[in-house]
Write a protein that binds this ligand. Structure first.
Ligand code: CA
Length: 223
């Protein structure tokens, strides 16, 4: 776990760094906004602890710049001013959480852990297997450069396959997870949908992604 701390007050910076290091985090630090922004853009962090009032570039500007460049690292901002407008401004600019100074280290640690966990649990926006990609936000599927039009059911089915790439999926698992219920007469419905999905994403491509496991079900993978 790697954390960036941007803070110009030496005492506060050392206090945070020491606490994080004692909890086995790797810590990078910056004491002005310019250096902080540079590090945040250059490296991958699990979380950034960001003071607002900083020399050269302030914390608001840093968050805005990062978000405009689609750097989505979770940011906790530190604010000395406990006014509603300051907090709202930071969150509006794309910060994930805030802490009002002075704070207890345990509080900061708990917030960092919660943010990192939330980030890990977040579903991915784009799934990819071989040259097939699924953009969940845009509801768009592409095989190579070919855009594939899917029905909502086919889309749900493909998503389930892609999220369980390499696992053997029985028809029972597929019907429970994609249709939300399971009964024997579903078998045919599933096979019909899988055949139509195959037509759309595998037909005409050398590398097939949907494979039948005889007597068991299906596996989705690059072979
Ligand atoms: Ca400051």
């Amino acid at each position: 776990m790697r954390i960036l701390v941007v803070e110009d007050e030496v005492k506060v910076l050392n206090f945070i760094r020491k606490g994080l290091q004692e909890n086995a985090y790797t810590v990078d630090t910056a004491s002005d906004g310019e250096e902080g922004l540079f590090l945040a853009e250059e490296n991958e962090y699990d979380c950034i602890v960001l003071d607002i009032m900083l020399p050269k570039v302030d914390g608001y500007q840093i968050i805005r710049t990062l978000r405009s460049k689609r750097i989505k690292t979770p940011v906790i901002f530190l604010t000395a001013k406990d006014t509603v407008s300051d907090r709202v401004k930071g969150l509006d600019y794309g910060a994930d959480d805030y802490l009002v100074k002075p704070f207890a280290f345990a509080e900061l640690l708990a917030r960092i852990k919660a943010l990192v966990r939330r980030e890990k649990d977040k579903p991915q926006d784009v799934l990819g297997v071989a040259d097939l990609t699924m953009n969940l936000l845009q509801h768009k599927v592409q095989r190579g450069t070919t855009v594939v039009e899917l029905t909502p059911k086919e889309f749900a089915l493909l998503r389930y396959f892609m999220e369980h790439c390499g696992q053997v999926l029985t028809r029972t698992m597929i019907s429970e997870n994609v249709w939300g219920y399971n009964f024997d007469s579903m078998t045919n419905v599933i096979d019909v949908h899988i055949n139509s999905l195959r037509e759309k994403i595998d037909k005409g491509f050398d590398q097939k992604l949907i494979h039948t496991v005889r007597g068991v079900g299906y596996v989705f993978e690059q072979r």
